[in-house]
Ligand binder design. Structure first.
Ligand SMILES: [Cu+2]
Length: 226
């Protein structure tokens, strides 16, 4: 109704109003398109596949970058290393430095979780179903978890210096988000309890996605950081 009256009364005014409105839409549309294109251009992944020789499964292999900037203030996330059916879950837990891990006993029997690793030494003693313990991992490195009651129980907590890491899936695929990483020379490294470490020199010359294939051999692993 109002529009009709406008048209009849001031055709010129309607015209004037319409053009800036279209322009405004075009302007917003262009901005949105621009933002989408820039975010696509800078979002970069370092992805690839790891082939472990002599292993049936290719999962739980850590792939990570070194020589990158380290965490200034690591995310204050809490993690869980569960115990159920006489098994640690997950088998490999990767956390940022200063990460807090709780160790609930979700099993029907008592456990006695401990670590003799230099990265973090502790021994919870025997604790019953439903009870829990908490540990802050302030030093980067490898922590091997064992249980004094069940010799077959073993798991690893990998404490990382920087956020550029990933664990492989069952087929060996991994993907590391390197969106906010500057161009430069880094090392891509791997770690797995039954595989020799590998170190690959990597030159990231521009913010683009890269895909890498890594072959690993069985053997004793080394440390995460020297
Ligand atoms: Cu146990």
């Amino acid at each position: 109704m109002g529009q009709q009256r406008y048209n009849n009364y001031h055709p010129g005014l309607v015209k004037k109003r319409r053009i800036p409105l279209n322009n405004k839409f075009l302007f917003i549309f262009t901005i949105v398109l621009f933002c989408m294109s820039t975010s696509l251009a800078t979002a970069a992944d370092l992805s690839g596949k790891v082939s472990p020789q002599g292993l049936r499964r290719a999962d739980n292999i850590l792939v990570y970058l070194t020589k990158t900037p380290e965490f200034s203030s690591p995310p204050q996330n809490e993690f869980i290393m569960d115990q159920n059916d006489l098994t640690f879950l997950p088998h490999v837990l990767v956390i940022p430095r200063d990460g807090i891990v709780s160790f609930p006993n979700s099993d029907k029997v008592a456990h006695n979780v401990f670590s003799l690793s230099r990265t973090k030494k502790f021994n919870f003693g025997s604790y019953k179903p439903g009870q829990s313990h908490k540990v802050t991992f302030d030093k980067p490195g490898i922590v091997e978890l064992r249980c004094d009651v069940h010799a077959e129980m073993i798991a690893y907590i990998l404490v990382m210096k920087s956020p550029y890491y990933a664990l492989t899936d069952k087929k060996g695929y991994f993907k590391i988000d390197i969106t906010d990483l500057d161009t430069g020379k880094y090392y891509l490294k791997t770690w797995h309890e039954k595989l020799k470490n590998k170190k690959i020199a990597l030159d990231l010359t521009q913010a683009e996605s890269k895909s890498i294939t890594i072959k690993l051999k069985r053997g004793a692993p080394g440390v995460l950081y020297k």
